[in-house]
Ligand binder design. Sequence first.
Ligand SMILES: Nc1nc2c(c(=O)[nH]1)N[C@H]1C(S)=C(S)[C@@H](COP(=O)(O)OP(=O)(O)OC[C@H]3O[C@@H](n4cnc5c(=O)[nH]c(N)nc54)[C@H](O)[C@@H]3O)O[C@H]1N2
Ligand SMILES: Nc1nc2c(c(=O)[nH]1)N[C@H]1C(S)=C(S)[C@@H](COP(=O)(O)OP(=O)(O)OC[C@H]3O[C@@H](n4cnc5c(=O)[nH]c(N)nc54)[C@H](O)[C@@H]3O)O[C@H]1N2
Ligand code: SF4
Ligand SMILES: [Mo]
Length: 735
Amino acid sequence: MRWGPAAAYPAAVNAEESTSPAPRAFACNLCEALCGLHVTVAHDRVLAIRGNPDDVFSRGHICPKGPALRELREDPDRLRTPLRRRPDGSFEAVSWDLAMGEIAARLRAIRRAHGRDAVGYYVGNPVVHSHRASLGSQVLQLALGTRNRFDPNSQDSNPRLFAAMQVHGDGLAMPVPDIDRTDLLIVLGANPAVTGGSQMGLGDVRARLRGVRERGGRVVVFDPRRTETVELAATEHHVIRPGGDAALLLAMLHELFERGRIDEAATARIAGGLEALREAASRFAPERVSAAIGVAPATIRELANALADTPRAVVYGRLGACQSAFGPLVMWLVEALNAVTGHLDREGCAMFPAPAADIGPLARRLVGNRYGRWRSRVRGLPEFLGSLPSSVMAEEMETPGSGQIRALVCLAGNPVLSVPNGPRLERALGKLDLVVAVDLYLNETSRHAHYVLPTAHVFESGNYDLVLLGLTVRNVARYSPPIVARAGDTRDDWEICSELAIRLLPGVRHLRRLVLRLSRRLPERLIDWLLRRGRYRLRLERLAREPNGVDLGPLKAGELPRRVHTPDGRLRLAPEPLLADLPRLEAWLDAPREPLVLIGRRHLRDNNSWMHNLPSLASGKDRATLWMHPRDAASLGLSDGVTVEVTSRTGSLRARLEVRDAITPGVVSLPHGYGHASARDRLRVAGALPGESVNAITDELLVEPVIGTSILNGVPVSVRPATRGRPWEPTATAD
Ligand SMILES: Nc1nc2c(c(=O)[nH]1)N[C@H]1C(S)=C(S)[C@@H](COP(=O)(O)OP(=O)(O)OC[C@H]3O[C@@H](n4cnc5c(=O)[nH]c(N)nc54)[C@H](O)[C@@H]3O)O[C@H]1N2
Ligand SMILES: Nc1nc2c(c(=O)[nH]1)N[C@H]1C(S)=C(S)[C@@H](COP(=O)(O)OP(=O)(O)OC[C@H]3O[C@@H](n4cnc5c(=O)[nH]c(N)nc54)[C@H](O)[C@@H]3O)O[C@H]1N2
Ligand code: SF4
Ligand SMILES: [Mo]
C-alpha cells in the first residue's frame, strides 16, 4: 500500500476556526531544553502546539520537534496494541494479559535453564526523559537481576559520570555552566544551539546562548566543525583535531602551573591531588601538544590566562568529547580545571543545580558509586553504574557458553541504529530465543522482537523531569499532568515495567492485581515525597496547578559540601584510573595521523533515531549526507552531490556527498539515527528517507580503555565514489 504523508495525517486543524479551547501547558520531554508547550486540545485530540510564553524556564522558545508531538500522537504507524510474532515472521495483535503472561513465562523458563544473566536488558535514551519510565526501568531491573544490563551511556555520558564519580565521589554530581551570569564560556565538543544543551538544560536556548556575547562576554568553541553554536553565539571558534581535548586542557593547566596562576591554598581547602595534577600537566607543554591537536601554543596560553583572569568563567565539555578517544580524561580535566582556577561552585562558573526533587540520595543507594564490580564475559570490559558497555552486546549474544545472552528486553531503545556495528547486533538479535521490546514503533530493533508492547504518548501519561531538572542552568520545578485521555490499547512504561516485574517475582505474582492497583500512582507519590522533603518544601499537587513551572531562582553557590561524597569530603584532582591513561595520550600525540576520520553530527529536526516518521520533521532535503572539506573532495576527485561509499573496518555505507568548508580537512561527518529502509513496511515516512546508519561503519571494538566508552568520533574511514545504486538502498556490510 502506498501511504504518503498527506493521506496519512489529518490536516492541521485551524485553531481559530475551532472552538478555540484554552491551550494547556505541558513540558516537552524530547531534549534537555525542557521547553514549555501550549497544547490546544479538543475532544481528546491535539489540534496545535506552540511555545508557552508564560513558561518560567523556556519563556516561549521551542524548536520544530515540540510541535511534532502532535504528529507523534496521530501517527498511523505508531503501535496501539501489543503485538506477537507469528512463526512466519508477521505480527498479530494480542491482548495485554496474553502478552504479559507469555513473556513472563518464557523469561522465567530461560532463567531457570540458563541463569539470570541469560536475559539481557537494554534501557534506551527516552527513559531518562520520563519519570514513569525511569522508575519503571529500575523496578524491572530489580526483577530481572541480570548483570547483562546495557544503555546508551557507553555511547554517551559515561565519561562525564565517571569523572564526576572520581572527582566528586558521586556520579550524579555534575556541575553545569551558570550561563546567565558567566563572562567566559569555553565549549568543548557540544552544539547546544541544535541539541538544546546536554547536562546543561537550557530553557530558551537561543536567547541564553546569545546572551553571553550580548553582555560582552566571550564564548570560545573548540570543534572540528564550524557549528550552529559557533554561528549563533561564539566569539571565537578553534578547530581541534578529534580526540585533542584532553591534551588541550593539560596544556592549559601546564601554562597555569608554570605561571603560578593557581591558588594552591584555596584549592587545597576543597581538593586533594594538586601535586599529582601538576606532575601530569608538566608533560604536556603547549608546544608539545600543539601540532597534534591543531591549536596554536599562543591560543592555548591566552585562553588559560583568560580563564585565570576572569572571575566568572567556566569550561564545559560534552558529547563530542565524551565520544572521542579520550572521553574520561577530558571530562576529568574539565572538572579539575574549573576547580583549580576557582571556577567551581561560584556565580557565573560551574555550579551545582539544587533540584526541588533531589534523586541523589536514592540513586546513590540504588546504583551506588562503584565500577568494575563485574566484567563482560567475552571481552572483559568493566561494569559501570550497573551497566556494561553496549558495544559488547552482539558478542555476548553470539558467543556460546555459560552466561551467553539468549533473550533481550529492550525498553525505549533502538540499539540496531544506535550501537557501533549495528548490523552485527541486528544479526545476533535475529538468533535470540526471545526479544521483547517496549516501544512506540515497530522499527529496526523492535521488528526483531517476539513481543512488542506499545507505550502511551507522553501527553497521556504526564511527566516530571526527575533526572533532567537536576541539570538545568536555573532551578525550576515543573510537573505536566496528563492532558489527553489514552488513545488505543497502550500502557505507559511504568505500567508495563511494573507489571512485568511483578509477574517475574514469585512472591507477589498471585497478588498481582492488588499490587498493580496500589502501585499505579507510585511514581507520583515518590516525587511528591521527594518534593516535600526537598529544600523548597513543594508538593506535586501544587505543581499540577502551576504547569508553567515554579521558578526557584538562579543557581546558588555553596552547594559543594552537599555534592561531594568522597571519603574525606574533598575533590580528588588526580584520580588513579585516569592518571593511568595518560601514557596512551602521550603516545597518541606522536602517532601517525589517520588520513581521514569520521565524526558525528546532530540536526535540529532529528532526535536520535526515532522521530523520522513524522512528516514535519522528515521533510526537506536529505540530511544524512557526508560532509567533507573542499580540499579533501578535490584530492579525492569528488564533487558535491555525488554518491560516495564510506568504508571502515566494520563495513561500508553509501551517502550523498556535501562539500562544505564548515568541516575541517581530514575529517568527515555523518549524522546517526538514519537507515530506516529495512523497517519501511512499518515506518512509511521514515522508510522512504535517504540515508544509511552511520553505526554500520562505527567499530564495536573501538573503545577507550578506562570504562569502555565507544569511540564514535575519530573513526578511521576511506571514501570513494559509489559505483552503483542510490544512497538509501542498503549495501552489504562485512562481518
Ligand atoms: N536536535 C537534536 N537534539 C538532540 C539530539 C538529537 O539527536 N537531535 N540528541 C540528544 C542527545 S541523546 C544528546 S546526548 C545531546 C548531545 O548534545 P551535544 O553535547 O551538544 O552534542 P552534539 O550535538 O552531538 O555535538 C557534539 C559536537 O562535538 C564535535 N566534535 C566531534 N568530535 C570532537 C572532538 O574530539 N573534540 C571536540 N572539541 N569536538 C568534537 C562535533 O562536531 C559536534 O559539533 O543532544 C540531545 N539533543
Ligand atoms: N554513531 C553514533 N551513535 C550514537 C550517537 C552518536 O552521536 N553517534 N549518539 C548516542 C547517544 S548520545 C544516544 S543517547 C543513543 C540513543 O540510543 P537509543 O536510546 O538506543 O535510541 P533512540 O534513537 O533514542 O531510540 C529510542 C527508542 O525509544 C522509542 N521511544 C521513544 N519514546 C519512548 C517512550 O516514552 N517509551 C518507550 N518505551 N519507547 C519510546 C523510540 O521509538 C525508539 O525506538 O545513541 C547513541 N549512538
Ligand atoms: S528544544 Fe528540545 S525541549 Fe524544546 S521543543 Fe525542541 S525538542 Fe522540545
Ligand atoms: Mo544521548
